[in-house]
Design a protein around this ligand. Structure first.
Ligand SMILES: [Zn+2]
Length: 314
């Protein structure tokens, strides 16, 4: 089935302990909004009520695109979350695809991710890697002793910055950050340290596995906010698992094209925009997301006033 309409998705929310109230006012804590996820339901059009994962199986390459289908077949390959960090998140690491199979078994995937900073308090920090010249032994000792934050690389960030985090990078997000996160769709997280919070079945530490996968020499540099003019599309991250681009406009539309290679996942992060194809148009408010099926081809991103959006692809 060829699909020529935009798929608006209903986000799912998670109320983990470290969340705040910016994503879903009135529901505190709301830590995460899963805006692009295989479990999200479609809100309008021919596929209403189905999950994105079901739509991917039904439509295959027409939804996913040729490049994506070649790599991960019918599985929807990425997950996009918005994170409202009122406290430090657990310090964690993800395996790569190869380590995921080795440590967890066949059918498991690793996780490479990227963050785009939506809001940051003046003193907001994150952790992305280890201090220079940390040896593998220092790292293993610090993790086992619970002193890993002493060798962690703290980085200050501001609104508009982007951080790319290959699998194997030790990382965490600090209080005062509102984040857009794109990642390989995988649930493999090894928690290294949890700031003294009580451990239970849902929040346990994974000491030995994390020692096996952390790359002591990985530090993620910050990619500063690009300078943009009205009606521009800037590539922020391009890796083998996903692309991430920033759309910025106030009056000029941006011409976009899936080229049958990949879906586009468009999330408005400031203002309001309209997506317009030959046969259809939809309006996206702040934090709303539409999936553009690969078979849709050319469409326009039209700002309704000052607007910025992030576009992820496979
Ligand atoms: Zn992570």
């Amino acid at each position: 089935m060829r699909l020529n309409s935009f798929l608006k998705l209903i986000p799912e929310f998670r109320d983990y302990v470290w969340g705040g109230d910016r994503l879903r006012p009135g529901h505190n804590p709301t830590a995460e909004a899963w805006v692009i996820w295989e479990g999200d339901r479609i809100e309008s059009g021919a596929l209403t009520g189905k999950t994105l994962g079901e739509a991917a199986v039904e439509l295959g390459v027409d939804l996913l695109g040729e490049r994506v289908f070649k790599r991960t077949q019918l599985r929807f390959p990425i997950l996009v979350k918005l994170l409202d960090c009122a406290q430090w998140l657990s310090l964690q690491v993800h395996p790569d695809d190869e380590q995921a199979v080795k440590l967890e078994g066949p059918g498991h995937f690793g996780k490479t991710e990227a963050w785009h900073i939506l809001e940051a308090q003046p003193d907001a920090k994150l952790i992305a890697g280890l201090k220079p010249d940390t040896s593998a032994d220092d790292l293993a000792n610090a993790i086992r002793n619970g002193t890993v934050t002493r060798i962690s690389q703290y980085i200050s960030v501001t609104k508009g910055d982007t951080v790319f985090m290959p699998a194997g990078t030790l990382h965490s997000l600090g209080p005062g950050l509102l984040i857009y996160e794109v990642q390989e769709s995988s649930n493999l997280t090894y928690r290294v340290y949890d700031w003294g919070r009580a451990q239970n079945e849902k929040r346990s530490l994974h000491i030995e596995k994390s020692i096996q996968v952390i790359q002591p020499d990985f530090v993620s540099p910050v990619i500063p906010a690009p300078r943009y003019d009205d009606g521009t599309c800037e590539m922020l991250v391009k890796c083998e698992y996903f692309t991430l681009e920033l759309l910025a406009a106030s009056s000029r539309p941006i011409e976009l094209d899936t080229k049958n290679e990949t879906f586009h996942a468009v999330t408005v992060i400031e203002g309001k925009a309209r997506l317009q194809s030959e046969g259809e148009s939809i309006v996206l408010e702040k934090f709303q997301t539409a999936l553009v099926p690969s078979s849709l081809g050319k469409y326009q991103f039209q700002p309704l006033g000052n607007c910025r959006a992030l576009k992820a692809g496979g």
